[in-house]
Ligand binder design. Structure first.
Ligand code: NAI
Ligand code: 15L
Length: 268
């Protein structure tokens, strides 16, 4: 499914791993795709515009957002690390984005949240999105902030947002944990398409995962989004088991959903 029901979509984080994966795919969802990042990534192609902006710069973000009718927000710090860059990109940056969306009348946002919002739930649990956040680091805390901020902008201003708690979106699952958390690039695009095109989105948290047999996440509360995954990590299971050691069940990275993030840092 790839519906074109938008005139102009803004894709932030366009120079990153997922931005590169979505660049061609998202052109099917709109007449013009505006691409943005803080680093240069080449010229605009057909049906594209390029607007560089640092998310921490409110004026640049306002210019980046002006004239679009939906936003797919992938930009920001994507791993655990020192607080200062996370503060600038993921906390001040997401505030700048929503203020710009409010000022310029943008009605719908897809926000790349992360499984690290719930990283301190155990791998032996299946959770729904309404369970309290249990971030596994400052990065996860910043994504929880983005989820709460977007809920405020929905309640106060009616800007609809899908917070997609992406699991692990890479070409293939890299380890045993990712057999549970994997989201193929095509399923990521299907999920974003569903979020952009469902008639009534509201404020929704949805786990970004493919149809993996082993999972820790239940998307029953997001059926109104209409996301139907078509890929599965199961086809990689034998190969991943063959090249990796059995898990050490005393290791926190094996006990908790966030994996190694639960023991990353501290950073100064
Ligand atoms: P990435 O690190 O490859 O790309 C992030 C992009 O954001 C980079 O191109 C970077 O230049 C840009 N960026 C960073 N700080 C910025 C700033 N201050 N202003 C403007 N741009 C800035 O990350 P990836 O893997 O492409 O992830 C995209 C989004 O999805 C991120 O928000 C990440 O947190 C989220 N996510 C990704 C997962 C995955 O498995 N790839 C899993 C969970 C969440
Ligand atoms: C994330 O949030 C990161 O952006 C990504 O690089 C992976 O580490 C992913 O989580 C994961 O948990 O596998």
């Amino acid at each position: 499914m790839s519906l074109n029901n938008h005139r102009k979509i803004l894709l932030t984080g366009a120079a990153g791993g997922l931005g590169l994966a979505l660049r061609q795919r998202l052109k099917a969802n709109c007449d013009v795709l505006r691409l943005s990042d803080r680093v240069s990534f080449g010229d605009a192609g057909p049906k594209e515009e390029v607007v560089l902006a640092d998310l921490a710069d409110a004026e640049a973000v306002s210019n980046m957002v002006r004239g679009v009718d939906a936003i797919v927000h992938l930009g920001g710090i994507s791993v655990e690390g020192p607080f200062a860059p996370i503060l600038q990109a993921n906390i001040i940056g997401v505030y700048n984005l929503y203020e710009a969306a409010r000022l310029h009348g943008v009605k719908r946002v897809v926000f790349a949240s992360s499984n690290h919002v719930n990283g301190f739930y155990r791998q032996s649990e299946t959770i729904t999105a309404d369970r309290p956040a249990r971030p596994d680091g400052l990065y996860g805390v910043s994504k929880a902030f983005g989820e709460d901020l977007s809920r405020f902008y929905f309640d106060r201003y009616g800007i609809e947002t899908a917070c997609v708690r992406i699991g692990s979106s890479f070409p293939e699952p890299k380890d045993r944990r990712m057999l549970a958390t994997w989201l193929s690039f095509d399923d990521l695009h299907r999920l974003i398409t569903a979020c952009l095109s469902t008639p009534v989105l509201g404020h929704t948290i949805v786990f970004g995962m493919s149809d993996n047999a082993v999972t820790w996440w239940d998307n029953a509360q997001a059926k109104h989004v209409g996301y139907v995954p078509q890929d599965s990590s199961d086809v990689f299971r034998d190969a991943v088991y063959a090249r990796t050691s059995p898990p050490d069940l005393t290791d926190p990275a094996v006990q908790f959903q966030g994996g190694a993030f639960v023991r990353t840092g501290p950073f100064t």
